[in-house]
Write a protein that binds this ligand. Structure first.
Ligand code: NAG
Ligand code: NAG
Ligand code: NAG
Length: 505
């Protein structure tokens, strides 16, 4: 029953508990505003000095009321005999953490970044307290939430690896102090954003190559899988499978291949499988093997005393080639120093030869090696000495001189074209010999003379003279032809085109 009681400071207040009869309770507990203040049984001695005392009939005696004693007082008594209040629980303690996956050992897993709800419920009589607590790698025993109702909820947004650990819901019957714990292990899985790295390295045994695939930063450890594949010729969508097929739960997986197992166009693929990655969303890296192919100018010319830079670029090779400059047909390695400066700018390998001499002339090789093959770019360096240069200038000068003379001669010949000067034949009139022409072959200075037959006089009294000129080529004199014998008008023009076999007046 509820009773209202008023007291002044210093008063003795008596709060009655069991008023239905004169039975002495076995156990009496008093709570003030829900908090237990005193429990007492009939057998316990009554403390003389205590301000609060539970009397034999269960009533609470407050000796000397003080400010702060105000409140709501509740009495629970266990009576002897049939009339007994039985405390119950905690019972039906159940927890749920979601969304999460359950492993075979009942451990739950969630993915990093997700939101997770924790729920706990239980039943106790007369009262209970529910508490969620956490024990992780960095926190020993942290209380996360508590409640005195029949259920307790809380939530973690954006779960992180630090949220991994043991979650315990404790249901405590606050009357009997009986407690029940329910533990759940929670793992937070995660993967790195990046793809695995496919790399290669020469193995100790030079006939083998080590291909390694690494993928760090995933929890739990991923399964890496190396396989070999190629596109089928007749169906590019279909992939053939090669003999390479290795898989292991590891962060780094190496596979050693004999060089004879490798070929151009072959594809080596590494796939990383992980519980966080859905099937078909695996991360991967691959290497499609390509022959090395160093490129550059094959012919280089330089002046002695200067420096020259030979350039070679290698951007084709997969895996990346080891590219070096070599000298001579023996392909001796070039040691960088004051004479040779080797610089590497990404795919471009430069060789600078300082203070060139004639000895530097010759063949150089840009040698590119990858596991598949060695490919060389051959560069021939020609060294020009300064005397050769002078010679070239003199040569050019002479050539210009010859061409200039030719032009002057041509111009002279053209301007004096009214004189009879055809090819290498000069015609001269010999006044004193009347109708006799001298034919002079300038090459061999031979003079031909020919008697010209006189034609009968014409009706108008003029004479017509027939001149026959036979060109006698120095090479073949028999080829001379006889001119047309018909009389023609005199012509002032001479044909200048060669070969001229005949001129007729
Ligand atoms: C349950 O299995 C996971 C994964 O195999 C392991 O990490 C964890 O420690 C196990 N938990 C218990 C309690 O055995
Ligand atoms: C590499 O492969 C070739 C051809 O399959 C074989 O003859 C050779 O013995 C192998 N080398 C090694 C070191 O296994
Ligand atoms: C270039 O080489 C010549 C001959 O080897 C040497 O005498 C000269 O000092 C060198 N010049 C430089 C700048 O190195």
């Amino acid at each position: 029953t509820e009773t209202a009681l008023t007291a002044a400071p210093g008063d003795v207040a008596l709060l009655p508990c069991y008023t239905a009869g004169n039975v002495t309770p076995n156990l009496t507990t008093w709570r003030k505003n829900g908090q237990e203040v005193i429990t007492d049984g009939v057998s316990s001695p009554v403390g003389q000095q205590q301000r609060l005392v539970v009397l034999q009939d269960g009533s609470l005696n407050i000796r000397g009321v003080t400010p702060g004693d105000e409140g709501s007082y509740l009495c629970s008594s266990t009576l002897p005999g049939n009339i007994t209040f039985r405390a119950r629980g905690p019972e039906n303690v159940s927890t749920s953490i979601s969304p999460a996956s359950t492993l075979s050992n009942r451990t739950l897993t969630v993915h990093r970044g997700t939101s997770v709800s924790f729920n706990c419920s239980a039943y106790s009589y007369p009262t209970q307290e529910l508490t969620w607590s956490f024990r992780g790698a960095t926190s020993s025993n942290q209380s996360l939430a508590s409640s005195s109702s029949s259920w307790l909820d809380f939530r973690i947004d954006n779960t992180q690896p630090s949220n991994q650990g043991l979650y315990t819901c404790t249901a405590n019957n606050t009357f009997t102090h009986q407690a029940v714990n329910k533990d759940t292990e929670l793992l937070v899985y995660y993967v790195p954003d990046k793809h695995p790295d496919c790399m290669w390295a020469p193995a100790e045994d030079p006939s083998h190559i080590l291909f390694s695939c690494s993928w760090f930063g995933a929890y739990p450890t991923p399964t890496l899988h190396w396989m070999e594949e190629w596109e089928e010729r007749d169906d590019p969508a279909a992939l053939g499978r090669g003999p390479v097929n290795v898989s292991e739960v590891t962060e780094i997986l190496s596979v050693k291949l004999n060089r004879s197992q490798l070929s151009e166009g072959q594809k080596l693929r590494c796939t990383a499988q992980h519980p966080v990655l859905a099937p078909g969303k695996e991360k991967e890296c691959s290497l499609t093997l390509k022959l090395p192919f160093p490129e550059g100018e094959p012919l280089v010319t330089a002046m002695d005393g200067t420096s020259v830079t030979l350039i070679c670029s290698e951007s084709t090779s997969i895996p990346p080639a080891n590219t070096t400059w070599r000298k001579g047909l023996q392909q001796e390695e070039i040691n960088p120093g004051s004479k040779y400066i080797v610089s590497d700018e990404g795919a471009v390998l430069k060789l600078t030869i300082v203070n060139i001499t004639k000895d530097d002339e010759g063949v150089y090789f840009c040698r590119s090696e990858n596991p598949l093959a060695v490919t060389e770019l051959e560069v021939y360096l020609t060294v020009r000495t300064s005397s050769a240069y002078t010679g070239a200038i003199i040569g050019i000068f002479i050539a210009v001189l010859i061409m200039g003379s030719a032009a002057i001669i041509a111009k002279t010949v053209f301007s004096s074209r009214h004189r009879i000067c055809l090819g290498n034949i000069h015609l001269q009139m010999e006044e004193d010999r009347g109708d006799v022409l001298s034919l002079v072959e300038s090459d061999d200075e031979q003079i031909f003379q020919a008697a010209v037959p006189r034609l009968p006089p014409t009706t108008n009294g003029h004479q017509t003279t027939l001149v026959q000129i036979h060109r006698i080529p120095s090479s073949d004199h028999e080829d001379a032809e006889t001119a047309d014998t018909s009389p023609q008008q005199q012509e002032d023009t001479a044909q200048t085109e060669e070969p001229v076999d005949l001129v007729t007046f």
